[in-house]
Design a protein around this ligand. Structure first.
Ligand code: ADP
Length: 393
């Protein structure tokens, strides 16, 4: 099936057109700076050169129109698009699985939007635009939180007053669920089913872990929002929650300033003082920059601690898989994390760890108690598979 996958943000819109049968990606790109001066589209076809097209994108509707136009110009008959898959950041309590877009399901995306205001409103608008512009194409909502929705209550419940959590729908929702689902699926296929307790490590500029037992999610490191858990590019991850109150009371920051600080000015960026990008930090540490080295040490420490926490939620683990920007590309980060886990019997084959490839691969030694893999993620493909499944019904 030819599926267009759309990932809309407040000022951006990523797209990918792919065939679920062949997995071929016809085209992909990103509309940037929507509603802001200097908007443009980065577009590439069938793995060709990336083109930067400077076009006025005053709103999301223009961006969607432009995506269809650019695909038509590239020689792809957009009448052959059979479904559109929409990534939605927050599915709240309505999307334990992906759902076909109807007035009702679209209403749910807006209803839970206060939990992810920067994303859900824009996503809902784009879904509505697609329905209006292309009424004959089916649309599917794939929420990033779905995979985590059925983790055990002891894992998702917060120890706050019940009336408060009930009224405001406070719980662990997690994120990166589509990626973790894909990582489980691929790991299981690659190991011919010989995986039962997997710690899935999605380590990109946003980063989270999931404990997956026989395909079922048991726990994850992100919480009510994607700020919780690991140290990330610019996010602080887990800290004492009272720090928020202290910053407001004693530091004189507004609550919005604290929000920005914790989401955009913290994490590896704050620790290194250099960059949020692991490549720059690795280069800095190589040159003897102590803050960069501390950023790396803390990343290894926290990530390994939380891997052990995920393993605890399954009473053990037989496999772990590294994925996303850092997990797929940084041999140094993988080794740093794995070394912290040596006491649990994790052993990395340093040569295998250095191999670069787009394919899933094992990087642990044969005598390692836990198999360690690198599994390139592919959220778009996972979304497209959901579209195919739901629209073929
Ligand atoms: P997201 O999708 O959350 O924006 P990605 O999964 O693309 O993030 O990961 C981005 C991060 O991955 C970068 O900030 C960088 O730290 C790291 N990264 C990407 N490519 C490489 C690479 N070739 N080598 C090392 N790190 C990389």
């Amino acid at each position: 099936m030819n599926v267009l996958v759309i990932n809309a943000g407040s000022s951006s819109l990523k797209y990918q057109l792919l065939d679920t049968k062949t997995r071929e990606v016809y085209a992909k790109g990103n509309c940037e700076r929507i509603g802001i001066d200097g908007s443009f589209v980065g577009h590439e076809e069938r793995g060709g050169e990336k083109k930067k097209l400077e076009v006025a994108l005053p709103d999301h509707k223009t961006a969607v129109k432009y995506v269809f136009q650019i695909l038509d110009e590239a020689g792809f008959d957009t009448a052959k698009i059979e479904g559109i898959g929409h990534r939605v950041v927050q599915g709240g309590w309505y999307f334990p699985e992906s759902k076909v877009v109807t007035d009702e399901t679209l209403g749910w995306v807006r209803e839970v939007a206060p939990l992810a205001p920067l994303h859900n409103y824009a996503e809902a608008d784009v879904i509505q635009i697609c329905r209006e512009m292309f009424p004959s194409i089916g649309n599917v909502i794939v929420a990033d939180t779905s995979f985590h929705y059925n983790i055990p209550e002891k894992a998702w419940r917060y120890a706050l007053p019940r009336d408060v959590v009930d009224k405001l729908h406070i719980r662990k929702y997690g994120a990166h669920g589509t990626s973790h689902r894909y990582i489980w699926r691929t790991t299981s296929q690659f190991l011919n089913g010989d995986v039962h307790k997997l710690v899935s490590c999605h380590l990109g500029s946003g980063a989270s872990l999931a404990a997956i037992q026989d395909g079922h999610d048991m726990d994850t490191t992100m919480g009510l929002t994607p700020l919780d858990g690991l140290i990330m590019g610019t996010r602080c991850g887990t800290i004492d929650p009272a720090t928020v109150c202290y910053l407001v009371r004693e530091g004189g920051y507004t609550i919005d300033e604290v929000d920005t600080m914790m989401n955009k000015q913290s994490g590896l960026l704050a620790l290194s003082g250099v960059s949020s990008d692991s490549r720059d930090i690795e280069a800095g540490a190589e040159k003897g920059d102590k803050n960069c080295q501390m950023a790396l040490d803390m990343f290894y420490y926290r990530t390994s601690q939380l891997i052990a926490e995920m393993a605890q939620s399954m009473h053990g683990f037989d496999t772990m898989a590294f994925s996303a920007g850092i997990g797929e590309n940084s041999a140094e980060m993988r080794l740093g994390v794995a070394k912290e886990l040596e006491w649990l019997g994790v052993k990395i084959d340093e040569k295998a760890n250095e191999v670069r490839s787009d394919e899933p691969r094992v990087i642990s030694t044969p005598d390692s108690k836990v198999k360690v893999l690198v599994v390139p993620t592919n959220e778009e493909y996972m979304i497209a598979l959901d579209v195919e499944e739901l629209l073929s019904k």
